[in-house]
Design a protein. Structure first.
Length: 370
């Protein structure tokens, strides 16, 4: 008879193997169930996140502590300002406050006296101020004379008279350009900020008034708030005053023959009897230069001048007086002939040499001499 019985040890080993197999199966099943659960939960979380995100974003926009209405859009304004090509708004001028700061500066109490030509010449000599040196070093002594000397018309040597006139006018023109350059730098600084202070906003409003900008248009302010080439200003002053010898220059510090129909002025001797215009008069030369630049920067007759200047700026080029004078044909009754005269004065007297000249700071010692 065949024996089918197993030993006790074999039976124990058999059940032990069966137990291990069962235990492994249970572990695998539990692991599979856990993996499925984790996968399900992860998927649910991802779907929930993308479903809720739009709601959260929308809620944030609507309940932001800083409303979009109060955000400073200056950087966007600056970008649009720099890219803006049309200057239709430059046609409109608010004249109410246009020359208010000019008149205020002209009314400031000064110790101005009319120095003689000999005294001024000695002042230039003692401070080593000469046009030859300026052409070489591009540095101008800040001698702020307030009036032209009576004797300038008595200087018989034409070149000496011209140089003398340029020496007087040059630092005054550069000073006015420096003021505009400083304002222009501040304008772009304000526009490039995320937030502007009340002081900065008040400054902007004052500049809108100074430049007669309607509707607070920033592109118009950018176009108008800019410099006038030194060579062009000197050429016009020379033409309008006969190199400082005219009656208007001597009696009213009027360097550019600007007309006025109100306020103080000098009646032209050759004016028609029914004419009401006068030539603007000033107490100091600096005020005359400021009024001249404000006139070019705001009057509708010189819109083409401002447009050409803005184009040069956009192209990264320097302000070329030979290009810009082409747009001054409306400054005088002779039109294009006036342009030719200005360009001839600039060329013959090498006035472009002064376009990049810098004004030295006014020292205490120099101020005491004036």
């Amino acid at each position: 008879m065949k024996k089918n019985l197993f030993s006790i040890n074999q039976i124990k080993k058999y059940f032990k193997r069966q137990y291990l197999n069962i235990h492994k199966k249970k572990q695998n099943e539990e692991n599979n169930i856990g993996s499925m659960a984790r996968t399900f939960l992860s998927s649910l979380l991802i779907i929930s996140f993308f479903s809720i995100s739009p709601i959260i974003i929308d809620f944030t926009k609507n309940t932001s502590f800083i409303s979009s209405e109060f955000e400073n859009n200056s950087k966007n304004d600056l970008k649009r300002l720099l890219e803006k090509k049309d200057i239709e708004s430059d046609d409109v001028v608010n004249h109410k406050f246009l020359f208010e700061d000019v008149m205020m500066s002209d009314e400031k109490p000064t110790d101005s006296v009319r120095l003689s030509a000999a005294t001024i010449a000695e002042l230039f000599k003692s401070t080593n101020y000469s046009l030859e040196d300026v052409r070489k070093n591009k540095l101008v002594k800040p001698i702020p004379l307030t009036m032209l000397p009576r004797e300038i018309k008595k200087i018989e040597n034409i070149k000496k008279r011209k140089d003398f006139f340029i020496q007087i006018i040059l630092p005054l023109v550069i000073k006015e350009n420096n003021n505009i350059r400083s304002d222009r730098k501040k304008l772009f600084s304000i526009l490039n900020k995320n937030k502007n202070t009340k002081t900065e906003k008040a400054w902007l409003n004052s500049k809108f008034k100074q430049y007669g900008v309607a509707n607070k248009d920033l592109s118009t302010l950018k176009i108008r708030m800019d410099e006038v080439p030194v060579s062009m200003a000197i050429a016009q002053a020379a033409k309008e005053t006969g190199w400082g010898t005219s009656r208007f220059a001597q009696e009213g510090n009027a360097l550019f023959g600007q007309w006025t129909w109100s306020g103080e002025g000098i009646k032209p001797s050759n004016a028609d009897t029914d004419s009401t215009h006068k030539v603007m008069k000033f107490k100091i030369l600096q005020a005359s230069i400021r009024a001249y630049q404000r006139n070019l920067n705001t009057h509708s007759s010189y819109k083409d001048f401002r447009s050409a200047r803005a184009e040069l700026r956009d192209q990264g080029k320097k302000l070329d007086s030979m290009i810009l004078t082409e747009h001054l044909d409306k400054y005088a009754a002779i039109g294009k002939e006036y342009v030719k005269v200005l360009q001839q004065i600039i060329k013959q007297n090498n006035l472009s040499d002064f376009d990049d000249a810098k004004l030295l700071p006014l020292s205490i010692n120099l101020e005491s001499l004036i």
